[in-house]
Write a protein that binds this ligand. Structure first.
Ligand code: CO
Length: 132
């Protein structure tokens, strides 16, 4: 199985307002979730097999708050789903891609790692496997 788009994550400062706008624009319900380990509140909208995730910082600091402060709201990362994350990391490292840390536990039983944005023309990219 090849890679598939799992989600696109968009950093927003006002989650209530953004979730309402997006769910109306896309015509789907937004499901809310808090991911304490990442310090974010999330609104998730399913579009076919993929999702749009609005992410908003819980507090004043953390990487998402810093991202918004520096670059404003907008696309934070895209996530690609793979059946075998370890093999995919090895394959991509063979292509010269640089990773930000090793494979680790993500939300909802997933395993994730991130590709450095410099390796993909400025796009922070998550690789994920498992979970729901
Ligand atoms: Co993500």
């Amino acid at each position: 199985m090849g890679l598939e788009i799992d989600h696109v994550a968009i950093a927003v400062s006002d989650l209530d307002e953004a979730a309402e706008r997006y769910s109306r624009a896309l015509g789907v319900e937004a499901v809310r979730e808090t991911v304490e380990s990442e310090g974010v509140n999330v609104a998730i909208m399913r579009l076919g097999a993929a999702r749009v995730e609005l992410i908003s910082p819980i507090g004043e600091d953390g990487p998402i708050a810093a991202f918004i402060k520096k670059r404003g709201e907008g696309i934070h990362h895209m996530a690609l789903r793979t059946g075998d994350i370890d093999a995919e990391v090895e394959r991509m490292e063979g292509c010269g891609l640089r990773f930000l840390g090793g494979v680790r536990a993500g939300s909802e039983g997933t395993r994730v790692t991130f590709i450095h944005p410099k390796s993909l023309n400025g796009v922070l990219t998550e690789l994920c496997t498992g979970g729901t």
